[in-house]
Every structure is written in structure tokens, then in C-alpha cells.
Write a protein that binds this ligand. Structure first.
Ligand code: FES
Length: 252
């Protein structure tokens, strides 16, 4: 983990109020893995004192990108184009891409696309087929497919009511046997619901099938404050250092 200053090099509003922010950070780009995060200073005055945990959205050779929501009061404010970000990282345990995997299914609920795009790009670079299911209760929070690599098979799901939610679950459960693994970034309610259904199936119920990006309650981001401790089958785990990517099997 290193502290680095990253000048903002580009900003693009990809959905209403949601910005893809690119910054030059060769040190972190070389070291980072999809699913990891950085701790970003929120302002020059150290007020608020705690940094914000921000997932790496894209990881390039010299640049990284973040996906920032103007409405997220707990997150990092969208910086100006001439700003310099003060970051610590990369931090945490990211996604594991099985070298034998041939087909990966990614499931992103709204801003859950933030940590998954870097993973999709890494998988495609290894010739792994990638399917992305994006779901949201709002059309404007479905990631624009034209911003995704063309090789990704993309399906968007508007999930506004119970029937649409049940239909999404059915599609996901039917897709499971066709993939070598699932990586999911969603609200806790969704991964717990899907987890309960997957674990109820003795054929699919196994460790290693579904990785969940679960950044709940990250405070210090470095394993010191214990605010992020979550209970798992393996005992208590710190989301910031043992995660934020954890095995669904351990969580439900
Ligand atoms: S956020 Fe402080 S220990 Fe995990």
C-alpha cells in the first residue's frame, strides 16, 4: 500500500450524476487487482477526517478510473478536472480469476458496476467470455452498453417490482450452470436472497462459485478500526483486508 497523488486527467458523465473519473497513477495501476479499492482524502482540510473507500473501476497501464455518484454523501465528491486526488492503496483482497475459467458471469446492481468493469477487462484480456447482467430499479442507472467492451454479452434488467425481481432470479439461476463462476456486486439484500436460493440447491451449493464484492462499513480501510467486521462461516472477517471480495458460500 502506498500514498500517491493522482492528477485527474478526464471526466465523463456516464449516467445522470454518475461520473467516470480518470487519474494518472502509474504506481497503483501496476499493483492493483480488480475488486481492490483506494482510500481517498475527501478534502484538503481533513474534514471529514475519514477517507472514502473507492473501488477501482478501470485499471490501465498508467491510469486508473473511478465511478463516482454525485448523490453519494458517504463517497468521494466528483473532483474538478484540474484536481489532484490524494489516495492510499491499492487495498483489500480483490477478485480471483480462475486460470481455467472460460466463461464468467458478472452481476452488477446499479453502482455495483464500479468494481466489475476492471474485472471484465482483465477476463477479456485472458480470452475469458464475459456476460454482464446489470440490474436497477431505474432505467437511468443501467450502465450504458456503448461504454463497455464490445466483447461483453450484456443484459440489462429493470427490476421495479416483485415479479421482475423473481424473473431476474430465474434468469440468473438458469445461467449459473453455463458459467465457470459468478462475481456479484450488489446491495446486501440481493446477494443474501440469491445466496439463499443458490445454497438451497445441493448441485450448486459449493465454495468458490460466487464471489461477492461487499464493501460494507469500511472506515479506516486498513484493518485497524474493526468497524467492517462481518460474520462468515470461517469466523469474523474484516471486509477491508479479508475482502471486500468474499465467497458467497461463507456469507450466507
Ligand atoms: S475498515 Fe477499519 S478494520 Fe476494516
Amino acid at each position: 500500500m502506498i500514498r500517491f497523488l493522482a492528477p485527474v486527467t478526464a471526466r465523463l458523465e456516464v449516467m445522470p450524476g454518475v461520473w467516470q473519473v480518470h487519474a494518472r497513477a502509474p504506481e497503483v495501476a501496476r499493483a492493483a487487482q480488480p475488486g481492490q479499492f483506494v482510500m481517498a482524502l475527501r478534502g484538503a482540510s481533513f474534514d471529514p477526517y475519514l477517507r472514502a473507500a473507492v473501488p477501482l473501476h478501470k485499471i490501465g497501464a498508467e491510469h486508473v478510473a473511478f465511478l463516482l455518484d454525485e448523490q453519494d454523501q458517504a463517497g468521494l465528491a466528483v473532483p474538478a478536472l484540474d484536481a489532484t486526488l490524494d489516495l492510499l492503496g491499492p487495498l483489500g483482497h480483490g477478485f480471483t480469476l480462475d486460470p481455467a475459467a472460460q466463461h464468467l458471469l458478472l452481476v452488477a446492481q446499479e453502482m455495483g458496476i464500479a468494481p466489475l468493469l476492471a474485472l471484465a477487462e482483465q477476463a477479456l484480456a485472458r480470452n475469458v467470455k464475459v456476460t454482464l447482467f446489470a440490474l436497477s430499479a431505474r432505467q437511468e442507472r443501467l450502465y450504458p452498453p456503448e461504454l463497455l467492451p464490445v466483447e461483453i454479452e450484456y443484459r440489462a434488467f429493470l427490476v421495479r417490482e416483485e415479479a421482475e425481481s423473481a424473473a431476474f432470479d430465474r434468469v440468473l439461476l438458469e445461467a449459473l450452470p453455463l458459467t465457470d463462476g459468478v462475481c456479484l456486486a450488489s446491495a446486501e439484500a440481493l446477494y443474501r436472497r440469491l445466496g439463499a436460493r443458490i445454497m438451497a440447491d445441493p448441485v450448486r451449493r459449493r465454495a468458490g462459485l460466487v464471489q461477492v464484492w461487499n464493501p460494507e462499513r469500511i472506515g479506516c480501510g486498513m484493518g485497524l478500526c474493526l468497524t467492517c467486521v462481518t460474520q462468515t462461516r470461517q469466523g469474523p472477517r474484516r471486509t477491508c483486508t479479508d475482502g471486500p471480495v468474499l465467497d458467497l458460500y461463507d456469507l450466507v
